[in-house]
Structure formats: C-alpha cells, structure tokens
Design a protein around this ligand. Sequence first.
Ligand SMILES: [Zn+2]
Length: 389
Amino acid sequence: MSVWADLVGQGRAIAELSHAAAEPSAMTHAWLFTGPPGCGRSVAARAFAAALQCGQSSAEGRPGCGRCQSCRTVLAGTHPDVREVVPEGLSISVAEMRALVQIAARRPSTGRWQIVLIADADRLTEGAANALLKAVEEPANATVFLLCAPSDHPDDVPVTIRSRCRVVPLCTPSTDAIAAVLAERDGIDPSTAEWAASVCGGHVGRARRMARDDEARARREQALRLPLTLRSFGDVFTAADELIGSAEAEAADLSSARDLAEREALAIAMGAGGTGKGVAAAARGAKAAERDLERKQRSRATRTQRDALDRALVDLAGFYRDVLVVRFGAAVAFTHPDHLPDAQRAGAAWTPESTLRRLEAVLSCRKALALNVKPRIAVEAMLTVLYTG
Ligand SMILES: [Zn+2]
C-alpha cells in the first residue's frame, strides 16, 4: 500500500507530488496545500513527507513505498525529522512557532529532509506568521515546510508567505470516490458507504463518522429538524438551547478524559508530593505550569465547541441551499439528498427571498462566531431570522 492510499480522488496532486519527491535536486522548500475542509490537505502533506523521506521506490518506481521504516514512521507521526503542528487552541502562538523554526533549521538526524508540517496554517497568529516567514525566506538546505490551509487567499495565508510557496490545490473528492474508499478501505457496507458519501459534503472524515458514529448522525438529524419546527418565538429559544447544549456536550465528551490525563502527567512531571530542598521553588514553577495548561485547555475547549456548532451550521446552510435548488429546479446535487421531502415542503411554503434571508442568517452566524461573538447571542439572532424568514 503506497503512502498515497488514503488520499481520495486527488490523482493530479499525487502525480505532481510524487514527481517532486523523485527529483530532490529541484526541491521547493515551502509548499502550500489548499482545498476545502475534509478533502485531505494534511493527509496529502503527510504522504508527501513520507515520500520525501522514503528510502525505497514503490512498484511504479516512485518514492513513497509505504512499507519501509521511513514511510511507516512518518505516517505514524514518529519520524524524528518530521514535526507536525496541529494547533489545538484557537491559533498557533509565536512561542510555538519560534521553537519550531529553530528545530527546522537543524540538519536532519536520520532522514533526507528536516520537515515541518503545519496543519492549519490559517490559524497562525500574525506574530507566528512573521516568525515563520523568516524561516521560509531563508530556508536551511535540507528543510522543507509543508503548510495546509483552506485557500491561498490572503485571509488564510499572508501574501508574503504565499509568494514563497509552491501551491498544491486539492479538489473536493467525488461522492463515488468517497463511497469506494469507505467500502474498500474501511470495510463499511456499500449502502451505508454510499449514503454517508452522499451527505458528507465532500468531507472524507465526516463521511467516515456519519457511517460509524450514531451520535454524529443524531446531531445532524437534530440540526436538519430545526427549519421546519420553528413555529413560535418560544421555539427559537428552545432551539438555541439545543444547538448550544449539543455542541457543549460534544466538546465535553472529547476533552474531559484528555484534560485529566494532561493534568496528571503535569503533576507527575512537576514532582508532586516531593520533599526536601527547593520544594517551595518547584511548587511555584508547578503553579505557573498549571496555569499555562489550564489556559491551553480552555482555548482548546472553546475551539472544539465552536467547531461542533459550526458543523451544525454548515448542515443548516446546506438545507436552505437545497430549498433554493428545489425551488429553481437547478440540475445540481443536493447537499442532503435524504432530506429532500423536507426541502420540497419548505420550497413550496417559503418565497425564494425568505429562503435566501434564512441562508444568509446562517452564514452571518458562522462569521459572528469566528469573530468571537458569544455563541448564544449569535445563535439566537440567527434562529429569529430562521423563524420569521
Ligand atoms: Zn518508503
């Protein structure tokens, strides 16, 4: 199985990347992988990192065999010369980036390249982007930066960094390609795979979750039930409670075990329960580290919650889009083909203008959340428009 096996429907990008990995003399030191969420930006970057470190050629004579020690450790995230940054909080900090840039300047220890992979380059703070820019401007000989972002628009990646990167655009994989991967690689039964692929909006990970996770399915149903059940202002507040409560519950589920494990690990690292000289100073240091960890965990919880809420909003936006598609008889695929009867009912009952106002309300709510507006305020404002139309 070559390193590219997990990349769905990206033939052109794979050809370009494996060609580049086979020609190290013409190496570009900074790459930018762009494409909509879920299309496999970080999967592609990781596969490319493996191909660059690969010691052997695959059957087709291209690097990235997927079997050698280098390939396997890169894909498992344990290769000593591949650093991966996945920002867990709301952004990547300057301190994190400076540390990374320093490591990037070192010579590789065992591999051919010193590789730094930044999964959400669009979440760099301005200071972090500046720290990165210096390294990208004058890269060490054997250093390669792999950045991932939704697009190469200046909102996502500063122009100064973008101009030094070779851009690899990935496309939204087709429904058929996603269904095939779910069935063949993950062993999901074909009809579930097809359904999941048809409702995932081109997001491979989401398709997988939809196929396997009952809770994820239930949350989607909850969001899609909303449009036709708002019948009074009272419903607006009940629905807001539901949406926010469900996002909070999902985030709490994801983080509680991890937060506790981190606190315990920190306590042990800080020598909890020790006696003797220096205990007081160590305790002060431990307090500071604890505060740091708490801050990090809060930031991560906020982001997880926001992401969960955003997924519900994307589902909702897809529903209103489908209502417009029904109304105008457009020859495009539905976002939620399994909720077509609801979209038809709404399409018959609402004017296109009011449907559009509702769609815009959902999109403004997403924007407001991204700008740190309190979720309850943004969601209630949205639901009011979804009710009144
Ligand atoms: Zn290999």
